[in-house]
Design a protein around this ligand. Structure first.
Ligand SMILES: [Zn+2]
Length: 384
């Protein structure tokens, strides 16, 4: 079995990874990190070596995308993801998904629940719901199916009963519904993926109606932990994210492919948001590699992205991203530990069931940093 994921790569990779300047020195990372949002096919051994060297573990997220051949059903991804995880030296956990189409067919609920149970048996720690729900999927009457549709309730109940977490990528950045702004971090993605550029599809549900449906889902399923991927598609305004986090205690967000949007907002406001909601934000990147044909290039891209995210959250340094000067958020070490690691373990408790994720480990070179952490020396040292 092999991924034929060229099209999916095109669909996912042009998401807005900030173009960090590679020449800047990397500040040290004094603890083990968990990237809670990646997409990987059977990886090159060099990828596992890199994860070990950086002391990073990742959550590999599967999706059903009806527009991409090979990804329009749950297989072969489900089998592959379980296998990748098993062979990952304890570095790659995985999230399953389900096919949301056919909700009106008899047996949909039981079929979906049976499928999800089987993925839990194979180690899936979370379940992904993709943006096709809301933006693409229609019922027999031709109405767009929203995420709070009753047909999904049995699946949501099952996910909560099994203490798994629902990962939602719902809607798109709000800019998808507006005329294309070349300066928007997602402009290249919409140029390459017109199917997901909603300004050209006025028949589709509005951004507001999809997010309202997501909110009703949060309200109606208080026992279900939900992580809103991509800052819950409210990436342009941290105040909007904050209001949802205040209202729904079962809701958290990941930063996947949306650091660029944070960088566009006032630095002190974003910093205050990250500190105030330090228990509700998970680091994720949305990095993707399915083919591993040129591992050297891929690993450079990957490592660059990791170093840039760390630098943005850790230091007070000014650096250039996409031609703009950005100043780092200089978050306290205790906050970074939550965002880069502990929140993943708390919001996705299945990760704690994987011994290597639960315990983490220290890269040998950082032993001194660990020893000095309690004294506040780290807080001094990270200043540029
Ligand atoms: Zn993703």
């Amino acid at each position: 079995m092999k991924f034929t994921g060229g099209v999916l790569a095109a669909v996912l990779t042009l998401t807005a990874a900030p173009g960090y300047r590679a020449a800047d020195p990397d500040p040290p990372v004094p603890f083990s990190r968990i990237d809670a949002h990646v997409h990987v096919g059977p990886p090159a051994e060099a990828f596992l070596d890199m994860l070990e060297r950086l002391d990073v573990r990742v959550l590999n997220v599967t999706i059903v995308d009806p527009l991409v051949p090979g990804f329009n059903t749950t297989e072969p991804q489900t089998g592959l993801a379980a296998d990748i995880s098993r062979r990952s030296r304890g570095r790659i956990a995985w999230a399953s998904t389900f096919d949301p189409a056919g909700g009106e067919e008899p047996g949909f609920a039981e079929r979906t629940r049976r499928h999800l149970r089987s993925t839990f048996d194979r180690g899936a720690v979370a379940v992904k719901m993709y943006k096709s729900v809301g933006l693409l999927l229609q019922n027999l009457a031709g109405r767009y199916v929203l995420p709070d549709d009753d047909v999904f309730t049995p699946a949501y109940r099952l996910i909560a009963e099994h203490d798994r977490t629902l990962l939602t990528h719902l809607a798109e950045p709000r800019s998808s519904w507006y005329p294309l702004d070349p300066a928007d971090p997602h402009a290249a993605y919409y140029r390459a993926n017109p199917d997901w550029y909603m300004f050209n599809h006025p028949d589709r549900p509005s951004w507001e109606s999809i997010l309202s449906a997501r909110d009703r889902l949060l309200q109606a399923n208080p026992q279900l932990r939900v992580i809103g991927c991509h800052l819950g598609s409210m990436e342009h305004d941290v105040d909007m994210v904050a209001r949802r986090l205040d209202r729904y205690p079962n809701f958290a967000v990941d930063t996947a492919a949306r650091m660029s949007n944070l960088m566009l907002q006032p630095r002190d406001k974003v910093r205050a948001f990250m500190i105030r909601y330090q228990d509700r934000i998970l680091w994720g990147t949305d990095l993707l590699e399915l083919q591993w044909n040129r591992p050297g290039e891929v690993l450079r891209r990957w490592e660059n992205s990791y170093a840039g995210d760390w630098k943005y959250l850790s230091t007070d340094a000014e650096f250039t991203v996409g031609g703009r000067t950005v100043r780092g958020l200089d978050l306290p070490l205790s906050v970074r530990k939550k965002i880069f690691r502990e929140n993943a373990l708390r919001w996705i408790p299945g990760l704690r069931g994987i011994a290597s994720f639960e315990t983490g480990s220290q890269p040998a070179g950082n032993a001194a940093a660990t020893a000095s952490e309690g004294s506040g020396a780290m807080e001094e040292r990270k200043k540029p």
